[in-house]
Design a binder for this molecule. Sequence first.
Ligand code: T1G
Length: 693
Amino acid sequence: MTAHYQVRDAVAVITLDNPPVNGLGHRTRVGIVECMTRAFDDSSVEAIVLTGSGRAFSGGADIREFGTPKALQEPSLHTVIETIEASGKPVVAAMHGVAMGGGLELALGCHYRIAAKDTQIALPEVNLGLLPGAGGTQRLPRVIGLEAALNMIVSGKTVLAGKLADARLFDELVDGDVLEAATGFACRAARASASHPKVRDLAVRHESAEAYLGFARTTVAASAGPFPAPLQCVKAVAASLKPFDEGLREERRRFMELLGTSEARALRHAFLGERAASRIPDVPADIAARNIAKVAIIGAGTMGGGIAMTFLNAGIPVTVLETKADALERGVATIRRNYENTAKKGKLSQGAVETRMGLLTTTLSYNDIKDADLVIEAVFEDFSVKETVFRTLDEVMKPGAILASNTSTLDVNRIASFTRRPQDVVGLHFFSPANVMKLLEVVRGETTSHDVLATVMQLAKKIGKVAVVSGVCDGFIGNRMVEQYSRQAGFLLDEGALPEQVDRAIEKFGFAMGPFRMIDMAGNDIAWAIRKRRAVEQPEFNYSKTGDLLCEMGRLGQKAGAGWYDYKPGDRKAYPSAVVNDMIVRHSGELGITRRKISDAEIVERLIDALVNEGALILEEGIASKASDIDMVYLNGYGFPKFRGGPMLYADQVGLFNVAQAMRRYAKGYQGHAWRIARSLEQLASDGKGFND
Ligand code: T1G
């Protein structure tokens, strides 16, 4: 059972017990109703206290049930709350840890609420593409006011209970034992009165509600982008001005409308996928992690500096090692400048800047980093340089130190072979700017030990990264997929499209930036070098030649003032380039291709299907262990639109039968041999399944 019942001094204590956060899944809801009924029937019970075991009162509805019949199976959360509210005996919520979503709604259905001051309070449903669907939009305005409730619900932000002391939400806020305080309060309430307050009976007051709500609707509609939930939240909260039952019905209707949206499914997928990524199938969840108290970073360049900031932000001391003093000075100056700029924007106090800088030390000597628990090299992407670094680290670092490479494509197994401790070697592929981008690809070598993997996955959460484990292959997960995406973008130019059309089409689909604007920003010479390497290693792996022609024209991108687009000094805007477009059209002629008008739909389909197909191959080869890992990579490192959930979830929603059909069509077209359709994708399509089933 996931709700326990115990009577102490005429008080029935009902304890939610559904680890890890007392999610209000169906079994828990049944348990609460059964315990409540038992308390009603027990004449020795004068009052009831509802509390949560472990670290939370309740984290809300059980997100894992959404999309299954259990989510709405009776007793629904509404039924549970009505049962509590209708109780003749006073029901007191004893709240600690987390009271979020349905967990807070459950407490709002109680007659009284006693909370520890540091309890995290939130109605974060909007982050899941939903709205509070068990009375939260109707009850919260009645206890903290219309505006405060609307702000909390539309933002989904967490507030500490102690900050809400002036509101009618809590009857007592305690520092000590909240269960003891609640039990005493319950006894007194039972003896003080035969009737007990219901939040639903309170009125919502606001001197100019319509004007305020009109402003809120306009503001939220303008900023919600592709997500329907924020505006629905405003409308549901507005209904709290109506009679309670009428407002509750409206909330329910709007909640059910959102529950079935693709945006809600995408956001749920992102929430659960981020957390599932930290679970590595063959690594036991309870394996002991190594302690990481000190970190060393080799290289104070853009990546090394960004990585250093990531650890400093988490309060972890960092020593940065360089070969030359001026490189160190430049690196430290850049770190300080970044923090100062953040402080100027009011996002960081000057004190915090100094605290973080105080955790940073520098050195020119390997001897100064030998006691670090983790060392990350962020040096030039070249095997000979990596070999020198890792052979030195192998000599210098204490036993048990984790030796990590920030390589973005090189073979981590080969890097590990430069040491006598390959089990301690792992890839930690950060994305630039490393102190901003959430994605961290953890590249496991054949010999990387389980406890090293467990350690870096835990550390990733501490430094605010979404970590995804990748096996060793060229480009790991993200860069390997983006290569196929870029390849299709080039073929589209050969066939009739121009860079600005391709970028515009995929940006309309939701990407932050199309492939040509993106490579102009990253530098066209990077892709050029990869193509040259590929031409030697895999001559059959062909590309559109337009990328090479562009580089031969010296158009290396924004840094050269010209790339696929023209740029003006001091202006980052990308202007379509007549010179480049002429080159593209001329090149099609040289290929003997009659250029054709290509629809935006075809552009999007070919770019996305190229990602999906490579993702399927990555799964087949075991480079990624689950489709949601691939989605987490693309959502957190490559600007895939969050409201679509990632390439693999999007393909599921298109239907793999349709995806496979399109790929077969493209496989017959120009450069069709680029479409080596993944066997697993064909199989899933014919079985009528999806990657995320
Ligand atoms: N349901 C199921 N599992 C949950 C969960 C939930 N609500 N919340 C957390 N978990 C799991 C999570 O997947 C992970 O599992 C573990 O708990 C630790 O989470 C009707 C419809 C509570 C602040 O949106 O914000 O109520 O990977 O790593 O950093 O109106 O989890 O270990 O197996 O995040 O300490 C509304 C979402 C639901 C709260 C804890 N509630 N959760 O943070 O740990 S919809 C939420 C969080 C709803 C009603 C509506 C956080 C946390 P695993 P974690 P954490």
